[in-house]
Design a protein around this ligand. Sequence first.
Ligand code: PSV
Ligand code: MN
Length: 425
Amino acid sequence: MIKDSIIEEHNNKRITQLQSHYNMLAEQLGERGLDIYLIKEKVAEFGVAVPSWGVGTGGTRFARFPGPGEPRDVMDKLDDCAVINQLTRATPSVSLHIPWDKADPATLRDKASSLDLKFDAMNSNTFQDQSKQMYSYKFGSLSHTDAATRQQAIEHNIECIEIGKTIGSTSLTVWVGDGSNFPGQVNFADQFSRYLESMEAIYKALPDDWHIYTEHKIYEPAFYSTVVQDWGTNFLIANELGPKASCLVDLGHHAPTVNIEMIVSRLIQFNKLGGFHYNDSKYGDDDLDSGAIDPYRLFLVFNELVDAEQRIKSFNPAHMLDQSHNVTDPIESLMNSAMEVKRSYAQALIVDRKSLIEYQNNNDALMASNTLKHAFRTDVEPLLAMVRYENGGAIDPIAAYRSAGYRAKVAEQRPEVSGAGGGIV
Ligand code: PSV
Ligand code: MN
């Protein structure tokens, strides 16, 4: 990890200016009847999990261009995740993907606790074939026409639960690439029935205190139809399975014009919002950095979450990033994204909800919209930076990371990786 003295030195240079900006924001919020201290407490408590697969350079279908010091294995990945949390104090947990991150559970647990990290949701992988795997997922996994292939996929998910139990995770996220590429290739109803039957077997293996999140995606890798294609199908699945099942919304998994915040609202209203995979996109499942393209949309999602937080007792969806970093240092992108997610939360917390409700009730569309915009336009950066500072992080994580030279240091130990071949992970 990065030496504390580097962070201290970095902060010492910036704290006077930060304190003055923070005081100005406190005054500004005070004039709106908001106590910055209470908002700060909530923002400090909020964490978003880092995807273990995000710390390596991603790729497209065409190529992958790895950078220096790529993590060699899950232990290196955890080191990188620890740096992200050390500087941002926003990412206390890591979401593992199995079998990519398979390792001795005791070693995983010890490593994570030595880095002050916890494990968030486990992710199963039945969208690729692994070496020595008996049956191929070329034509599907949990919904495959062949019972033995389905069984293999079920067992893999149960294995993920077993690993998760030993490392302190309490949830499993299931995303399948199952679908079809040609009209007529599959019978939609039969395929979905097979999927449901497989999911029921996995659901039965869930411990009482676990949750299962199903993740919908409109297309890719199947390009004509996808078994869990949208939130409607996802909602049906969660209802069929039972109370431990809920829906995961990956922001990139919708058609470009879909109103995601409204989907979030519907799922909340019917108690089936499980959690998020945050990222941003312009065209499809671009997996760009959260808030990089449409920060207002991210804010509108959080506007729904804060509304729910104030109405529902123990409202606690899972927050995870799920991005692919092709042209940036993944650690920098993940730090930036975690901060963008927190920013949206902070902005949503300062929405004048009382006025918003009044404008809504009076059908004052313009002022309702302006109320949201007012919060969105407020620069909450001093508040976010103060939360980091007070919790031992860096006032400016990217600058601190660059001056610490972490990437160059790990590149001395981690061998160069060839970029041959494409791949989405
Ligand atoms: C699929 O596109 C997805 O969003 C799922 O969450 C997978 O687990 C992840 O990406 C794999 O990169
Ligand atoms: Mn995802």
